[in-house]
Design a protein around this ligand. Structure first.
Ligand code: ZN
Length: 163
């Protein structure tokens, strides 16, 4: 079940900064299971990104699926942001039935760790950069509605819009 702002307790949790992921506290098997379960939840919700705290777990981890490529990034930090920004419409699985236009840097570099605890660094642009920024915000307790202009109610769920 994905936590949403429609529930006061859940909103409070979503607005809190998530804790660092400690690889020493989880076995490889646990980490594999964790990612698998997150992917199932994301697919059920027809999302393109999902952070662990959206499932009520206090850990800095998110997953994404963009252009059929799967990502799971632990303890992500955005280390570079382009000066050029771009406005795209976003939705969020934790903010039901609302879309809004958000201005964000067009290109970013994200650093973090993969499921094996190995350091990774990814340069991203387009939808992928958008998803990475939205999910990193989640882990910092920030929701897209805090940044969005022109919010609108949706009529039906749209593809590649909910993170
Ligand atoms: Zn979201």
């Amino acid at each position: 079940m994905i936590w949403t702002i429609n529930n006061k307790e859940q909103e409070k949790f979503l607005r809190r900064k998530a804790a660092e992921f400690d690889f020493n506290e989880h076995s490889k098997k646990e980490i594999r299971e964790l990612i698998k379960n997150m992917r199932i939840e994301m697919a059920k919700a027809i999302g393109v990104g999902l952070s662990a705290n959206q499932l009520g777990m206090d850990m800095r981890l998110f997953i994404a699926k963009v252009d059929n490529k799967q990502y799971s990034i632990f303890n992500p930090v955005i280390t570079k942001l382009s000066k050029e920004t771009i406005v795209m419409e976003e939705g969020c699985l934790s903010v039901p039935e609302i879309y809004g236009e958000v201005d964000r840097p067009e290109k970013i570099t994200i650093e973090g760790f993969d499921a094996n605890g190995k350091k990774i660094k990814i340069k991203a642009w387009g939808l992928l950069a958008r998803v990475f920024q939205h999910e990193t915000d989640h882990l910092n307790g920030v929701l897209f509605i805090d940044k969005a202009k022109r919010l609108r109610k949706y009529e039906k769920q749209e593809k590649n819009r909910e993170l």
